[in-house]
Ligand binder design. Sequence first.
Ligand code: DQA
Length: 146
Amino acid sequence: MRQIHVLNGPNLNLLGRREPGIYGAATLADIEAEMRALGEKLGVAITCRQSNHEGELVTWIQEAGLSGADVILNAGAYTHTSVAIRDAIKGAGARVIEVHISNVHAREEFRHHSYISPVVAGIIVGFGIAGYRLAVQALLEMKPNS
Ligand code: DQA
């Protein structure tokens, strides 16, 4: 069975109450429930994790990459700062779809640069929480890892 790990980074645990004008009303629990339901419907094993800690995300990306699981990653603000997350993706050979709920390119300049974009398979930006569902669809249209 194909494995997809849905990894969310810092402050995404606050979805629903965090700047709803930008990120919407859905909570992280809503997103994860939708991912699990989609996984059951499509016959894909979905694992959902969230952390506010960079090193924990690095460990989870390594785990996913080394086990052949695909990754849907919203690295939050670490997108714009983290060489360690980029190196984890590259080092573990993880196939990653980078997701951002908001259109980062229409926001502050510091959000326009992503350290991880050059090492991911694709990027889905600005479609709200639908981006996570679109990322599952995109991965399923790619060849399995193993
Ligand atoms: C985000 C965009 C980032 O710039 C921000 O730091 C986040 C969320 C998004 O999903 O739109 O935490 O990744």
